[in-house]
Design a protein around this ligand. Structure first.
Ligand code: ASP
Length: 303
């Protein structure tokens, strides 16, 4: 059975100086997920392994180095879904945990689908997941950016789209999708976007495919974009077609910007975006190593 993994590190304008960091981070994450799949591990565990790498990398708006909210704090959202049985777990507005995806993965095995704020943190603690001081999740870069905005009085512009996601297909033919984010920069404390909402930021169903979204959460939620994207998949068309149609819905119906990665039930990989750039890496059976790229809107070829 073929295996496959695709990860992304956000859809937005990526500065030239940050391109290598995005590519390298995505590559490392793809390798981490790949080694789980190659050893016969489950797609959900590959997704967790890949996203943990991205959460540790301050290049990305997930885990350590997340965007700060309006109160100058890191609050994180994450989710994972298993296409085998439609089980799903998510956390929202979570503080002081190094790997929100690991908490989401534990929620998946329990009855609730989404836990938020202190409840999510207590759940993590009860699972034996190490907690940390919420301040330890604040990177110098994000602190400086937040302080500069406070000084200059220009808060609110949403440039923080280095959210991460992963989709995987394992040797058993099971699909999974996961997301992790610090939200949009300077969002209101307690705000939760699309990323941990099943059907919006992610969806996985072995009968169709699995996908993970990034972009304007408030827009993505309004068009239930992850489920919408999978509903657009057709057996006789490459998955990029469904992704492109979904991006048009996002843009035309709600004026949103974002990106999507996807693997369909045939194991075909797709991706697309309507933001300036999308950073990605993917690896599937038949390839000798993962390919990483930062794609610009006007050129759809893999670099
Ligand atoms: N979708 C995320 C959110 O709205 C942000 C992002 O993807 O960059 O929280």
């Amino acid at each position: 059975m073929n295996i496959a993994i695709i990860v992304h590190g956000g859809a937005h304008a990526i500065d030239a100086a940050d391109i290598d960091a995005h590519k390298n981070g995505c590559l490392e994450a793809a390798w981490a997920g790949w080694s789980v799949l190659q050893n016969g591990g489950r797609a959900v565990d590959a997704v967790e392994a890949a996203i943990k790498v991205l959460e540790d990398d301050a290049t990305f708006n997930a885990g350590y180095g997340s965007e700060l909210n309006a109160a100058g704090e890191v609050e994180m959202d994450s989710a994972v879904m298993d296409g085998r049985d439609l089980s799903a777990g998510g956390v929202g507005a979570l503080k002081g945990v190094r790997h929100p995806i690991a908490v989401a993965r534990r929620v998946l095995d329990e009855q609730p689908v989404l836990l938020v704020a202190d409840g999510a943190r207590c759940f993590a603690r009860d699972c034996g997941i190490a907690l940390c001081d919420p301040q330890e999740m604040v990177s110098d870069k994000q602190r400086d950016k937040w302080e500069r905005r406070q000084r200059e009085g220009s808060p609110g512009a949403s440039d923080g789209h280095d959210t991460v996601g992963c989709v995987a297909l394992d040797t058993e033919g099971n699909l999974a999708a996961g997301t992790s984010t610090g939200g949009t920069n300077e969002n209101a404390p307690g705000r939760i976007g699309d990323s941990p909402i099943i059907g919006c930021g992610l969806y996985a169903d072995n009968q169709t495919g699995a996908c993970a979204l990034t972009g304007d959460g408030e827009s993505i939620v309004r068009v239930v974009l992850a489920k919408t994207t999978l509903d657009l998949l057709r057996e006789d068309a490459p998955p990029d077609v469904a992704v492109q149609q979904a991006m048009e819905i996002l843009q035309k119906r709600v004026g949103g910007e974002g990106g999507c990665i996807l693997i369909d039930r045939q194991g075909r990989i797709g991706w697309g975006h309507n933001a300036a750039n999308l950073s990605c890496a993917y690896f599937s059976t038949g390839m000798t190593e993962p390919v990483a790229f930062v794609h610009k809107t006007e050129e759809k070829e893999m670099e």
